[in-house]
Design a protein around this ligand. Structure first.
Ligand code: CA
Length: 238
């Protein structure tokens, strides 16, 4: 069955261009011109991905994404935006987006990103790990329910947080570079910036490390990347 993509874009010519190109690639599409219509269509429909413009009349794209995540929607979201400041990009990811493309964008680039997001879904669904529940110390991460137990009890994780933990667990006790994480979790290693990975690690440490400055599980290997040690070894100086 072909993948269904919801296009949320208020500029008709851009929406039409996206629709035609995605349909030419074999995707099914629906178009919403504002945030409320987007949420209504998402609630009714069985979509596999949302292309979400940020500057929209009424509810903006970030708010639409937050609402979807609050309603436990795990659908991948690719933000489209005219703004290109780094901070906006980070804000987009923190609102639960999967990727971010700045207008004017190249259609080939967009199709590549869309393909990469679908490949990440396949990787996440078919793991080398023996179990859906990663256990370390008193903690666990459940890759199916997107829940975890951290130092403050049970919490909900975002899809990206789960993907990063899954990738680190697949490479337990190995040093992995930021580029490897970007490549596995975002699907290419140019964009977003390495800082995005660091921001996610900071957040994961807040969940699983009693003292973030002296991590026991999620170690920084200076100049290289990160290492996850499920048995909880002390930080080794690299
Ligand atoms: Ca717009």
């Amino acid at each position: 069955m072909s993948k269904r993509i919801l296009i949320v874009e208020d500029e008709e010519n851009i929406a039409d261009g996206l629709r035609l190109n995605l349909e030419a690639e074999g995707y099914e599409t629906a178009v919403a011109g504002d945030g409320n219509k987007a949420l209504n269509l998402w609630r009714q429909g069985d979509f596999d991905l949302i292309l979400l413009d940020i500057m929209l009349p009424g509810k903006d794209g970030l708010e639409v994404c937050r609402t979807i995540r609050k309603e436990a929607g795990r659908i991948p979201v690719l933000f489209l935006t005219a703004r290109d400041r780094e901070d906006d990009r980070v804000e987009g990811f923190l609102a639960g987006g999967d990727d971010y493309l700045t207008k004017p964008f190249n259609l080939q680039e967009l199709l590549l990103r869309v393909g990469a997001i679908f490949r990440r879904q396949v990787w996440y669904g078919s793991s080398k790990l023996q179990t859906d529940r990663l256990r370390f110390g008193d903690f666990w991460v459940d890759f199916k329910s997107y829940r975890a137990r951290g130092i403050e009890g049970e919490v909900e994780l975002s899809q990206k947080e789960c993907m990063i933990m899954k990738f680190l667990a697949e490479h337990a006790d190995e040093v992995v570079s930021r580029d490897m994480i970007l490549d596995a979790v975002w699907g290419y290693n140019i964009y977003p910036s390495n800082r995005t990975v660091d921001n996610f690690i900071v957040k994961l440490r807040r969940l699983f490390e009693t003292d973030s400055t002296r991590p026991v599980y999620l170690h920084t290997i200076w100049g290289t990347g990160y290492k996850f040690t499920p048995s909880g070894t002390k930080n080794e100086k690299a």
